[in-house]
Design a protein around this ligand. Structure first.
Ligand code: HAM
Length: 420
């Protein structure tokens, strides 16, 4: 038997209703916030991700699905969508139409990570990018959109962690102080953190290693290295969040796995998820446009939510959305009535009733058994009597009652009962 690739997951019919519920919620809430959908290619030139996400990040270093296509170009399956959005905004000159862009997206992404609960190699994100404002009100707006979606989905057990990693200047000063502090513990740090000390020291703050955590507890705090701009941006962001009644937990050690952030960063975590507890995250990225060679700085902020992790949370809350069965099953006792059955099915479908009938020439009894199994509400029975007298017998599958109707009245009867 050929099985699926490790870290990928089939989304089976029974799971589709919850995906549809999520997708319609994303669309509805994004629209209420004035965001427009953007749909982008599944793969891009590798350079779209390489510099923007950061050469020293895990995503670029270890997790990208990169290959040469038959023309010899280096192609990467998108590991995230912010960089693709930047590429598209610049390429299609979208900023000439509006100085503020409110964009949302939804779709599959690919990272070669070690699969475990809530961590896949093909996973899905909903995300939103608010492009064109440097001001804290846009950070508050994007967080408010995320919270509105989370609340609308009914997610209960979660925390919003908030931090600022300041502007570039403040961050460089802090990095120096952090490296100075960590150097004296270098041999006690985990192997990963020792490597990061040279390449990407801020990420050490995010370590899950218990020994690292002990060392980090007494590390310098980034806010002490903030210049006025960084401080003001962060203070006002927090003030606006409080004004919107958005509860957050400040975490000075929150840094994100992607390199493009400055100022505000945030993450949504849920204790029910176990090790992979972050179901969404984002932040401000003011320098990304320049990384793409764009002539101006374009400040922006955004976030993405992980769909598979949201579904895990909703499952622990016992959210179940059943698959909707077809409404009508047409059962017939002799194959020669198939012409009539197809005609009736066409009429019923034209009125919007989802309708199925037997395709395996089974007995009437077997057909009604299948109708029951499917969970249809009504079966229409076609036999000699019905054909001769030109009427339909409609059987209610719930109580077993059966009534005869000419076609016109049958439609009215079905409409009335399904509308009830
Ligand atoms: P990220 O934190 O890398 O951010 O991913 C966002 C979310 O995607 C995570 O919180 C998680 O729920 C989900 N996720 C990530 N990797 C996996 C995986 N291997 N399996 C399952 N779920 C996963 C970004 O991608 C940024 N582009 C967010 C952003 C938008 N920042 C600014 N704008």
């Amino acid at each position: 038997m050929i099985s699926s690739v490790r870290g990928t997951k089939d989304i089976l019919p029974a799971e589709i209703p919850i995906w549809l519920f999520l997708e319609s919620t994303f669309r509805e809430v994004s629209t209420i916030f004035g965001f427009n959908e953007i749909r982008l290619p599944i793969f891009e030139k590798t350079e779209v991700f390489q510099r923007s996400i950061g050469e020293n990040t895990d995503v670029v270093n270890k997790e990208m699905y990169t290959f040469s296509d038959r023309g010899g170009d280096s192609i990467t399956l998108r590991p995230e969508l912010t960089a693709s959005v930047m590429r598209s905004v610049i390429q299609n000159n979208l900023l000439s139409q509006s100085s503020i862009l409110r964009l949302w997206y939804y779709g599959p992404l690919f990272r070669y990570e070690r699969p475990q609960k809530g961590r896949l190699r093909q996973f899905h994100q909903y995300g939103a990018e608010l492009i064109g404002s440097m001001h804290p009100e846009s950070d508050a707006e994007i967080i408010s959109l995320a919270i509105s979606i989370i609340n609308k989905l009914g997610i209960k057990d979660y925390y919003l962690y908030l931090n600022s990693i300041g502007n570039n200047r403040s961050r460089q000063n802090y990095k120096k102080a952090l490296v100075d502090y960590l150097k004296s513990y270098a041999d006690k740090l985990s192997k990963d953190s020792q490597e990061r000390l040279l390449k990407n020291p801020l990420r050490i703050l995010d370590s899950k290693d218990p020994q690292d955590i002990e060392i980090i507890k007494n590390a310098p705090i980034i806010y002490d290295y903030f210049d006025e701009e960084s401080l003001e941006h962060y203070q006002l962001t927090k003030e606006l969040l409080r004004l919107s009644n958005i509860q957050y937990i400040e975490n000075p050690f929150l840094v994100r796995g992607l390199d493009y952030y400055s100022h505000t960063v945030f993450e949504f975590q849920s204790p029910v998820l176990g090790a992979q507890d972050s179901f969404g995250g984002g932040g401000r990225y003011n320098e990304l446009f320049r990384e793409f060679g764009y002539s101006n700085d374009v400040p922006a902020t955004g976030f993405a939510l992980g769909i598979e992790r949201i579904i895990l949370i909703l499952e622990t809350q016992n959210l179940k959305i059943p698959l909707e069965p077809p409404k009508i099953y047409i059962a017939f006792n002799e194959w020669k009535y198939i012409y009539k059955v197809i005609e009736i099915a066409q009429i019923l479908r034209s009125y919007g009733f989802s309708t199925v009938f037997d395709l395996n020439r089974r007995s009437l009894k077997a057909q009604l058994k299948e109708a029951n199994k499917l969970g249809v509400k009504y079966s229409i029975i076609i036999g000699e009597e019905e054909i001769e007298n030109n009427y339909l017998s409609i059987k209610c599958m719930e109580d077993g009652t059966q009534n005869k109707f000419p076609m016109d009245s049958a439609i009215i009867y079905l409409k009335n009962t399904f509308e009830k």
